[in-house]
Design a protein around this ligand. Structure first.
Ligand SMILES: [Zn+2]
Length: 405
């Protein structure tokens, strides 16, 4: 573990703008981390990824340990060399994926069948630390149990205590001094279990602290309620990471409750089906209304997609199933969320966070359709246009600017 330098630059209530140092870079929060499950952000070259302003990229321990195996990554000198990225990397512990499979949980760890070849595999705190240290990311995550949504109190209570023991074992097994190790708070939807977990994990002591077990179908209000009961028991002077959450409204409300970091796959997953986020709401660029639209995806976005191409071009690429469509939309979504988080950070620094929060509520209200139904199949979402602002008066459409180089 490293003792990471951490600084709170400003706070508005519980919302913080922080800076911390990792082995490969300085991180500024609030922060959105794109996900490269299989060792790549799908369809996005590392150079393009870095141009989006992404500060950290995620990789999945479970997937990479199965294919190609951590030994091969280690022989490359670690994930940075293997993936060709120079920005910091965070690896999850593998727990989240494993607990969605058929498995047997004991005090030692978890036995499960690997999805691809059906082989029996065992994952434990020690095994997860061994894999993650070989992968060599800047941040490793402890091995925890992510309980299923709807698990009963007794099970979650036993699981919280076992997870605490697993996190102790994770810390003991972790020896790499250039890698930060984050603990994870569990506890399902019971305030006293969240508190018990948060206090126990804080007592073990980590470089940062994550909230796990959310974004499992509980909905926005329940998520906020759990955070209200959780973050107040977490250390104030370390990064706090809400795992798997990535919708604008969830993010701004989590930041309002003291969260600094997020990761989510919806940005890139939805991009591949033609759904992009903008400052005016979500846009489904495959919709026929964009066939002749000469505007960029977002008139305020500074990404290379928006400064080079029109909606009409993106629409065309999706219609002819050109793979570049997925790449360009992914670049925009990742970059847009970087700009969204930077705007949120600036609003904390200058004290206008509450105004920013109201704007997000107005643009991305709870209950607004978020999930496109099936990749590549454009559908009208819930009868409500996803791009509310498209009926509003706009400045004259602008021509795409040549790409800055
Ligand atoms: Zn853009």
């Amino acid at each position: 573990m490293r003792d990471i330098p951490f600084h709170i630059d400003a706070a508005v209530g519980q919302a913080r703008a922080t800076t911390f140092e990792l082995a490969r870079g300085t991180i500024r929060t609030p922060l959105y981390m794109p996900v490269g499950t299989q060792g790549a952000v799908r369809g996005v070259h590392p150079t393009q990824l870095e141009e989006t302003g992404a500060q950290i990229v995620l990789a999945n321990t479970y997937h990479l340990s199965q294919r190609p195996g951590e030994e091969l990554v280690d022989r490359h000198g670690g994930l940075h060399r293997f993936m060709g990225v120079s920005i910091p990397i965070l690896t999850d512990s593998g727990g989240f994926q494993v607990f969605s499979l058929d498995k047997e949980v004991t005090e030692d760890g978890v036995t499960f069948q690997y999805e691809v070849d059906g082989n029996k595999t065992f994952l434990s705190p020690e095994r997860s630390m061994d894999i993650q240290q070989k992968l060599g990311a800047d941040i490793a995550m402890v091995f925890d149990e992510c309980v299923a949504y709807g698990s009963d109190y007794d099970y979650v209570a036993r699981s919280v205590d076992r997870t605490t023991r697993w996190e102790q074992r994770s810390k003991q097994a972790h020896t790499r001094p250039d890698q930060s190790l984050f603990g994870i708070v569990q506890g399902g939807f019971w305030p006293e279990l969240r508190q018990r977990s948060a206090e126990a994990i804080a007592a073990i002591g980590f470089d940062g602290y994550a909230v796990g077990g959310l974004s499992v179908g509980e909905g926005h209000d329940k998520m906020c309620e759990v955070l209200d009961h959780t973050t107040k028991h977490m250390p104030w002077d370390a990064p706090r990471y809400l795992m798997g959450v990535g919708r604008p409204l969830d993010m701004v409300e989590a930041v309002a409750r003291g969260i600094d970091m997020f990761d989510c796959v919806i940005q890139t997953r939805h991009a591949r089906s033609g759904v992009v986020w903008t400052w005016h709401g979500r846009v489904r660029v495959t919709d026929k209304r964009y066939r002749k639209d000469l505007r960029p995806l977002d008139d305020r976005c500074t990404c290379t997609t928006c400064t080079t191409f029109t909606r009409a071009y993106l629409h065309h690429l999706f219609k002819v199933n050109e793979i570049l469509a997925a790449t360009l939309a992914s670049i925009h979504n990742i970059a847009w969320f970087q700009q969204f988080m930077t705007a949120m950070r600036l609003s904390i620094l200058d004290g206008s966070f509450e105004d920013f929060r109201k704007e997000v509520h107005a643009t991305y209200p709870d209950g607004a359709p978020e999930e496109p139904e099936g990749e590549g199949k454009p559908k009208s979402v819930g009868g409500r246009p996803a791009q509310v602002a498209d009926n509003r008066p706009r400045p004259t459409s602008r021509k795409p600017k040549p790409r800055k180089r």
